[in-house]
Design a binder for this molecule. Structure first.
Ligand code: NAP
Length: 388
């Protein structure tokens, strides 16, 4: 079984106490890797290396930094198919979506590399004599990056590439469910010529490794994508030290379908919004609010279309919907289906853990619930509708 190590000061290292955790394929429950679990000491050493590398990296001209990012972008492009397959194996999303995730990493790498020649400042006239007023862009310092599992390559890349081009040095902690994708990205950047210490990677649980990053005084900013609960906690803890914090958190997104809508277009949008990435996106649509006139037709067609969705391993090209990420998410979804019913919703389709598939699969599910809604006054007053 392949072991995946920590990346500290340009070297792949075992965790100092030798502990590892398992990385599981959510579609088959097969073990795909043993991941080293960073200790407090490992996190500290990763942060110290990033601090040590800061002076040299931040004083490297941005167009030179960009050359490394351009190389990394090309390497990502060359490995797109292989990385997408690995992503499907580790995270479960269907291959087409995994290809899109890798493409996002490629795009941000090129975009950020282009910024190497556009780190522009501003000049502005001063009201004082003999004064020249201007702004220049300066890096912040050592930045902690904490990422979730649902976009396992794109999100680390969205954080790493802009931070690097601006001259920061980094410590990345990926989600424990998808560390291999982040490890592959770090390998690519190292092979593209990133100097040692500029990007460090520590794997392990949020409570130990994530928390050690957030609390370390040398970390000047934290960029986090994940759940609202963790985001609130990070904001509070980092705020105590006046660290800068960037948060991208969860969403609860409705799709509104009016009586003049093109229903087949609406259904395409709902199916993609609800079941794309098995509904595990911050941009996923968890509700449809429909005009009462079209509600019966919409629901009928929606259920017909949803019944055709094929659950399975995302590597199989016939699969429309892959597994959810882990058993705790599977149980949470089952709990929500029950909660919806107890709060008065009717189950229109699905609602159960899918058997006999070996992995973490949940049936594509629709609930319906009728109730009059008052819309905010910015919408036409005639919109007193029902949602399902
Ligand atoms: P999560 O539980 O908050 O975990 C996200 C990351 O934070 C993981 O790396 C996790 O480590 C780490 N973490 C957990 N507790 C921590 C702590 N106390 N201190 C520091 N780090 C900690 O969220 P998730 O379930 O993985 O991610 C799904 C969420 O991300 C959903 O709510 C989704 O909507 C949101 N999301 C938002 C966007 C956006 O752009 N707004 C994009 C994608 C996803 P472990 O993996 O080790 O637990």
């Amino acid at each position: 079984m392949q072991e995946y190590k920590l990346f500290i000061n340009g070297e792949w290292l075992e965790s100092s106490d030798g502990e590892t955790f398992d990385d599981i394929n959510p579609a088959t429950l097969e073990l795909i890797g043993k991941i080293h679990k960073a200790s407090d000491e490992d996190v500290k050493s990763a942060i110290d290396s990033a601090e040590e590398a800061f002076d040299s990296w931040s004083s490297t001209p941005a167009p030179q930094r960009a050359k490394i990012l351009f190389r990394a972008a090309r390497m990502l492009e060359e490995r797109k198919e292989e990385l997408a397959r690995l992503m499907t194996t580790e995270m479960g999303k269907v291959l087409k979506e995994a290809q899109g995730d890798v493409q996002e990493a490629i795009d941000i790498a090129y975009y950020a590399a282009g910024e190497g020649r556009r780190l522009l400042g501003e000049t502005t006239p001063s009201e004082l004599p003999d004064k020249f007023a201007m702004t220049v862009r300066r890096p912040i310092g050592v930045v902690g990056l904490i990422t979730p599992w649902n976009f396992p390559l794109a999100i680390p890349a969205w954080k790493i590439m802009p931070a690097l081009i601006a001259g920061n040095t980094l410590v990345l902690k990926p989600a424990s469910d998808t560390p291999i994708m982040a490890i592959e990205l770090v390998k690519i950047l190292a092979d593209a010529g990133l100097p040692k210490g500029v990007l460090n990677l520590v794997t392990g649980g949020g409570d130990i490794v994530g928390s050690a990053i957030v609390h370390n005084k040398k970390i000047r900013a934290v960029s986090f994508t994940g759940s609202l609960e963790t985001g609130k906690w990070i904001l509070g803890e980092a705020g105590k030290e006046m660290k800068r914090v960037s948060l991208e958190l969860g969403g609860k997104n409705p799709i509104i379908v009016m009586d003049d809508a093109d229903l087949s277009l609406a259904i395409d949008g709902i199916i993609w919004g609800a079941f794309g990435t098995t509904g595990q996106r911050c941009t996923a649509a968890s509700r449809v609010i429909a005009h009462e006139k079209i509600l019966p037709a919409l629901l009928k067609k929606l259920i017909e279309r949803t019944k055709k969705l094929r659950l399975g391993n995302g590597l199989d090209e016939n699969t429309d919907v892959g597994p959810v990420i882990n058993n705790s998410q599977l149980q949470k979804i089952a709990k929500y289906a029950g909660l919806g019913k107890s709060e008065g919703a009717e189950l229109a389709l699905g609602g159960r853990i899918a058997h006999p598939l070996p992995g973490y699969f949940f049936e594509p599910t629709h609930g319906k619930r009728y109730s009059a809604l008052s819309f905010p006054c910015s919408l036409p007053a005639t919109l007193k509708k029902r949602y399902g």
